[in-house]
Each structure stands twice: as C-alpha cells, then as structure tokens.
Design a protein around this ligand. Sequence first.
Ligand code: HEM
Length: 460
Amino acid sequence: ADIPGPPGRRFFGNLRDIDPDNTMDSLCRLTEIYGPIWKFHLGTEERIVIGSQKLMDEVCDEARFVKVVAAVLKQARNGVQDGLGTAHGPEERNWGIAHRILAPHFGPLAIANMFGDMQDIATQLVLKWARHGPEHNIQVTEDFTRLTLDAIALCAMDYRFNSYYREAMHPFIDALASFLETNAGRAKRSAVMQPLCVFENHRYWGNIEQLRRTGHAVINARKQHPSDKKDLLNAMLHGVDPHTSERMTDDSVVNNMITFLFAGHETTSGLLSFTFYYLLSNPATYVKAQQEVDDAIGRDRITSSHLARLPYLSAVLRESLRLSPTVPAIALAAKEDTTLSGKYKVRANAPIIALFAAVHRDPLVYGSDADEFRPDRMLDIEFEQRNKEFPNCWKPFGNGMRGCIGRSFAWQQALVVAAMLLQSFDLSMSDPSYRLQVKQALTIKPEGFHMRAQLRSHVA
Ligand code: HEM
C-alpha cells in the first residue's frame, strides 16, 4: 500500500507544511490528519513519520532497524565527530570502544557515587531562590539549565562552571550554546546555501575550535595533576576496552566530553521545567508530590537512600516525559528493504522519524485521557504492566544499544532536584494564566514559564 502524506510541490516538497520553528508541532498536526504512518518530502528527500505504539514497537527491532544520524545530529558531527551520540554505530570503531569503557560508569553504583556532587549543585539553586525571595520572578528553564550544566561538568570532569556565581555564562557554555543553535539552523538549510553564510560559518568553526581547545586543556590539566576521583574523565583516560584492549584516543575523549555536556544538560533541564509546569497546572498532583517528600524525607538532608521512597515523584517524572519528551523524536532506518505494518514498503536506509510526542499519546495505549497529566498511571505496577502489554509505548530515552547512556544520571538528578525544591519551597506560577508554549531546538522546553518560590515555614 502507498504511505499517505500531504501533496508536495516540485523541488520544494512539503517545506510549506512544516514550520521550521516548530517542526515537532507540525509533525504532530500532520500525524493527526494522515494517521500513524505518513510521509513527506524535504526537497527531493523522502521522510517517513510514525506515531503509534504498534509502529514504534516494530521499528525498535534492532535486527531490522538502526539509528540514522540525520538533520541536527549530522551537523553536530562537525564538532564532536564520532562521539557516542553522533557516531553512525558499531561500524565506527570509536563508538564501541567508548561505549564499552563508559557504560559501567553510568551504571547504578557509579551514579549513586555522584549523589554528593548533584546535591552540591542543587543546594546552590535552593540558596539562590531562597536569597532572591518570594517576589522574584524565576526564569525556570534558564536556572535549570545552569544547574544541569554545572552538575554534568562537576560529575563528568570535576570542573566547576559556577554558573550561579556569574552574570554572564562561562565562554565554553556560550560557545556550546551557539554551536547547538547553529547546528539547528544548518540542518534546515540546503548544503548549496551553506557557503554563502560567511559570517555564521566563521563564528561556527570558531566555536568548534574553542570547544575542542577547552576539551584538550581539561585533559592536559588532568594528566598533569592526576586525581583519584571516580569521574567520567578518569574513566575515559584510564579505561581499557575489554573487547579490543584499546584505550580511547584524546580526540575521542574530547568528542565524548563535549557530547555529555550537550546531551546531558538541555534534556534534563527541560524535564525539570516541564515537571514543575505540569505540577503547578495540576495542583492536586503538586500537593501529593510534596506530601510524599514530607513523609519520606521530612526536614532531613536528602540522601540517596531516600530516592527509592519517592514512587509518586518518579511517576510524575515519567508522566512529564510522556507528555513532553524533551528529545521529541529519534531517526531510524531499515537495514534492508522491508515493509512496515506488513504492507507499507520502506527502502533500506530511508530515514524514519519516530515521533515520541505522538507515540506517547496513543489512545489505544493510554485511553481517552491520553492528553491529561495523570501521574498515577505511571506508578510502578501499572507502568510495568502497560509496558508488557504495549511494548515500547514509552521511549523518551531512545532505543536499545543506541538508547540514552545517561538515563540513570538524568533520573537521579531530576529526582534529587525536584525533591529538594518541594521540600524547601512553596512554588507557584508567576502568571497563573500561563499556557504552555513549547520552544524547540534539538530538545523542547517550555517558553516563558516563570515561577515564584516562597521558603516553607519549616525551612525559613
Ligand atoms: C542518547 C534522551 C539525559 C547522554 C539519547 C537518546 C535519547 C536521549 C532519546 C537517543 C538519541 C537517538 O536515538 O538519536 C535523553 C533524555 C534525557 C537524557 C530525555 C534527560 C531527561 C542524558 C544525560 C546524558 C546523556 C544526563 C549524559 C550524562 C546521552 C548519550 C547518548 C544519548 C551519550 C548517545 C548514546 C549512544 O548512541 O551511544 N538520550 N537523554 N543523556 N544520551 Fe541522553
């Protein structure tokens, strides 16, 4: 059968159907019109979009489908080459070496060891909000982004950006932000036009040089002043691949160091921002989450053993990622010519966009209230049963071998921060009539969402 889709125009394809500033919204809207599988054309290139649990489950079969490095990720290769997220896969040797060396360092024990560093940075945020007082209009995503960047830098390479102690961002962070933004712009432009953007290109390659120079400087500093901290930098510098007995090259270490910083900050900061947006828009869930924190932790200083006693807060995070997956889609392709749903022909290597935002709201899985924020449905038992009955219905961390290596890191950090904030403050929306506006670059985040934070009486 033919895959449906909007009619295209010669040379331009469906460029007019897709809003370049909010691609995901356009893709979701078109999924509502054309159904769970449809296609569109970017110029002459075809893209297939899928947006149901059934199809998601099918493309998660790693024997038939692989990740493709397309669009923004393809551009990011200019800066981080074959780092974990941007490598084409096991055919690039460095991916396997880095993956095998690093995976144990993202495991539960290693992440538990990072608890103190995560708490250190979260405490800085609590102090900042406390000092600014209850009238201060908190720039939510900006403050969470400072937090996640500082935490990943401290945990990964024992480096302090100290973002809460400076007005302007650290030059490395500015270069990283500009690099990421330009990748998004480049991905929307045809390769023929690229050389014409002289000024932008100059800045872009300058930023890449700055990022890599800083990366090498951090490595050299560690080599000159070794530390026995069990961080990711030491793991990368000293680790030996059990498979090939090889070590990572300095270039590969730099690629992955920059990758952790960019893969690990906006994603988690977006998760925290959406979580507080949803909690505050659904006051009963806020009360329940805060009550759970009070019962489990009370006034004590939070420790890693408290985290297992926060099942409702975990469900809140899952539900937030279901409705607003901060990585809104991934790209895959069939290894060989095949059919999807047993009837739609798909060519090998043709990019398929798996749209989490649509998969996560599949009414056949989540029912008629799929669009509502209802954390109870994500409590352990129901969550696990649903995942058994509808495999791959919740995929915010991607799939299989190419799934997120930083998942436990992100989870622990989000739990610690959310718990500490609920414990310390009564939060409210600065503008109670605020309606969710999503801003999309590589990740999505709520735009224009501001909060106020009143210290709770037991803390003041
Ligand atoms: C991969 C989501 C946090 C590092 C991915 C992928 C997704 C994802 C969907 C697969 C991408 C693809 O298929 O193209 C998230 C979300 C996060 C998060 C939603 C937070 C809520 C983190 C953190 C780190 C990290 C904290 C690092 C500390 C990575 C890396 C990869 C990856 C290195 C590439 C893995 C590989 O291909 O070998 N993430 N991520 N992520 N993530 Fe995350």
